[in-house]
Design a protein around this ligand. Sequence first.
Ligand code: HPA
Length: 265
Amino acid sequence: MSEISVAIIGGTGVYNQSLLDNEKQVTVETKYGAVSMQSGKYDGRRVYFLARHGGNHSVPPHKVNYKANIAALKKVGAHAVLATAAVGTLRREMPPGSIVVIDQFIDLTKQRPLTFYDGEESPVVHTDFSEPYCKEIREAVFGAGETLGQGLVDGGCYVCTEGPRFETPAEIRMIEQWGGDLVGMTNVPEVVLAREAGLCYAALALPTNYAAGISLSPLTHEEVLEEMDRGKAALDNLLAAFISTVKPQHSCSCKDAGKYWPGES
Ligand code: HPA
């Protein structure tokens, strides 16, 4: 069997992966643009680590080249993709410092390319999102958490706002009424494009603050980074255990969704 390869997309506060052996920076060319990522080995497996905002956090959420990132992970043949995303939380049972394996999303973005299937070089395709995140990747995360004795929150609805500003308290009240649990700025269109490309993808939401109006103080990016730093060791352990144990073959239907994917393979 070919080498097992696992991809990690690191969000805010997760800019490199120090656990990799023989680590080097590689550039993957795609028809949507070039993508730079770390490639290395961990526990005998090939690992690709892609910093969503760039290594120095220079790319804001609405300017991330999500299509190129997903096309690059497809091109390198990732068997499993796990993303991290800093979020604001609306729920006491998902406090700052917890790790939420999200299972639903609501899209409140406004001006991002949302699909690979824009009718130009592909048929019109309406992809099923009844189960938005790969159930096998989610299970592998829970398995990794169990090995470590690390508690994870099973399920949460991530609401993706356009950013880069934080939300208003009125927006958070609306999101609360809609059943949203967490707010962030990057999981859409990433999750959508991953499914459209037929990749097995899941995401860890990392609450760093209570959302606007729930938090008693103004929100700052520094506060987000500080909280991410506090949780870094636990997150690194979880990612390492995930990389070591995730299965390369999945019985889910994610790959079927990529049947008409128009990018290079
Ligand atoms: N809102 C949106 N994105 C975020 C937040 C937030 O409160 N915290 C971290 N990322």
